[in-house]
Ligand binder design. Sequence first.
Ligand code: GRF
Length: 192
Amino acid sequence: MRVAVLASGNGSNFEVIAKAFKKKQIKGELVWLFSDQPDAFVLKRAQRLGVPSCSFSPKEFPSKQAYEERLLQRLRENAVDLVVLAGYMRIIGGTLLESYPQQIVNIHPSLLPSFPGLHGIKDAFDYGVKVTGVTIHTIDAGVDTGPIIAQEAVCIEETDTLASLETKIHQVEHRLYPEVLAKITEKGPNKL
Ligand code: GRF
């Protein structure tokens, strides 16, 4: 299976995924990294790890559809079977969804359906829940609403700060995402 990662920022999840491909813990090939943010640190990680990468911004296009059509064209040129979102901070539109039905996966830093949206960790911390976690799901037309593939809980202790909770969540993400992608790439993209 040929996999592409879409990311907007730091790229720590991208890095653990790329390393898992290198160690053959995930079957198939990581063929491409795309970022919608030309200054994103994830692009430097891709360069260092030898993963072909590309970046362009939606601002360069007259519409979201035109942006996604260009992105789709690049995904097709790379013969991508599975799209992995790793901190990609945009809502996937109809153009990509229709071309990759149930073949786009995302990681979200809360136990969905609780705390969807941009600030899953902070929203859970501020609410005062005692348990939050990480969700991996396929993308549908909603925001963080697609069918859930895997979840793992993270306890919030009295002594936790927002920063320590972020660290705990990221530690779980960095183990869980490669594990789940290993299973997905074994089963095939249409059997999630
Ligand atoms: C992760 O917490 C992920 O759950 C969320 O965005 C963050 C990306 O972090 N969707 P990184 O760029 O992989 O370091």
